[in-house]
Design a protein around this ligand. Structure first.
Ligand SMILES: C[S@@+](CC[C@H](N)C(=O)[O-])C[C@H]1O[C@@H](n2cnc3c(N)ncnc32)[C@H](O)[C@@H]1O
Length: 256
């Protein structure tokens, strides 16, 4: 489960990415939209403002996220929140746009996901997606992996499998093409983010990028130790680019 309260506070980086994706489209104002993996609804709200005569379905698998989204969006009439896996979600009506930001790299089976998106879209519907792409967080992950292999932690990481799937544009284009999508665009952008200081980096890291690692550790003392080791490693080895998340985003746009 996500710490949705903290995510809501620290996710201005994700919100900025998502706002750019929303601006890829010239909105008519009456579209039905799915926000796939809507989190706490910060971008669902922006979408709802773009389509005052349409409807936005915010879908997320995590109950904490849906609860905070419900609070954030309580005054917005054209939003419906649905707690569901976006790979199998059903919606009350076909949608014109499926938007997704910083979410689908948490899903390994992109073929199944895009097949479901195909079913949910009306004719001429489009997908507008940004997620972690090939090479995302390469530096951060190599530091985290170094720490999880240390003697004090390694017994908690047996059978470890990467939680994320950072696809590359070529395989994404091929998948979409095979399903039947047209006008496919898929490309990577480097979009590193710098956090202000050790504390803000720590809060962001433990809420977002360290989530799968910390979830393996059985108590708070071990989690704190793992976090401290990570921060010390970053500070000592990366002085020139301290408190940087080396993000690489995969941008995906295609039509049904
Ligand atoms: C980093 S958050 C991004 C939230 C929001 N889109 C944003 O940009 O702030 C990733 C979200 O994807 C959701 N998610 C991950 N896998 C999912 C799945 N299979 N179905 C639905 N939501 C999923 C998580 O619960 C989480 O809320």
């Amino acid at each position: 489960m996500w710490d949705a309260e903290t995510y809501d506070l620290v996710s201005s980086i994700q919100e900025a990415w998502g706002r750019k994706v929303i601006n890829w489209r010239v909105w008519q104002g009456n579209e039905n939209v799915m926000d796939a993996g809507c989190g706490t609804g910060r971008l669902t709200k922006v979408l709802a403002q773009k389509v005052p005569a349409g409807m936005v379905y915010g879908v997320d698998i995590d109950r904490n996220m849906i609860e905070v989204a419900a609070r954030n969006l309580k005054d917005i009439g054209n939003v419906m929140l649905i707690e569901s896996d976006i790979s199998s979600a059903k919606l009350p009506a076909k949608v014109d746009v499926i938007f997704s930001n910083a979410a689908i790299h948490w899903i390994q089976d992109h073929q199944g996901l895009f097949e479901n998106f195909w079913q949910l879209l009306g004719s001429n519907g489009e997908i507008m997606i940004q997620c972690g792409g090939h090479g995302n967080l390469g530096n951060i992950i190599s530091i985290l992996d170094g720490i999880r292999h240390r003697d004090e932690f390694k017994r908690f990481f047996t059978g470890w499998q990467e939680s994320w799937y950072f696809a590359n544009p070529e395989e994404t284009s091929r998948l979409l093409q095979d399903i039947g999508f047209k006008d496919i665009e898929a490309y990577l952008t480097e979009d590193s983010a710098t956090l202000g200081n050790r504390n803000s980096f720590a809060l962001f890291a433990k809420t977002v990028v360290m989530k799968p690692y910390l979830a393996r550790l059985p108590d708070q003392e071990l989690k704190d130790k793992f976090l401290e080791s990570f921060l010390n490693e970053i500070e000592s080895n990366h002085k020139s680019r301290c408190w940087v998340m080396d993000y690489v985003r995969l941008n995906i746009r295609a039509k049904k």
